[in-house]
Design a protein around this ligand. Structure first.
Ligand SMILES: [Zn+2]
Length: 119
């Protein structure tokens, strides 16, 4: 188990964005802007979750874990499995884990939370 020293939730921003989209204030292109790298990562590293996509209602919604931090060197800003993150945490590295929701079908994506790993 990875012990996190802090967490910032982005659920409120997600709900607000979806409300704006439903109200027609935000274009679908804007909310479904997942780039190639994120979509590829969601297919390779993503974990499917028991929810439908809030945009296209597809059932292939996934969460991807991205890691950032100077202590990671060239591994910073890449998608990683839970096992890899545990290994980096056990090695005493300090970094941030972004949990990102991604729909590979319509390219919807949103940051759910940012968590700190480290002492
Ligand atoms: Zn979708």
């Amino acid at each position: 188990m990875v012990r996190y020293s802090g967490e910032v939730s982005h659920q409120w921003a997600r709900r607000r964005l979806l409300a704006d989209w439903r109200a027609g204030k935000v274009a679908r292109d804007t909310v479904c802007d997942g780039d190639f790298r994120l979509l590829a990562a969601s297919r390779f590293h993503g974990r499917r979750i028991e929810r439908h996509c809030p945009i296209c209602d597809g059932d292939d919604l996934r969460v991807v874990l991205w890691i950032f931090g100077d202590s990671l060197g060239k591994m910073s800003s890449s998608a990683r499995s839970v096992e890899e993150i545990e290994r980096f945490a056990d090695a005493g590295r300090e970094f941030t884990v972004h949990t990102v929701e991604v729909c590979p079908d319509c390219h919807w994506n949103h940051l759910l939370s940012a968590r700190e790993v480290g002492p």
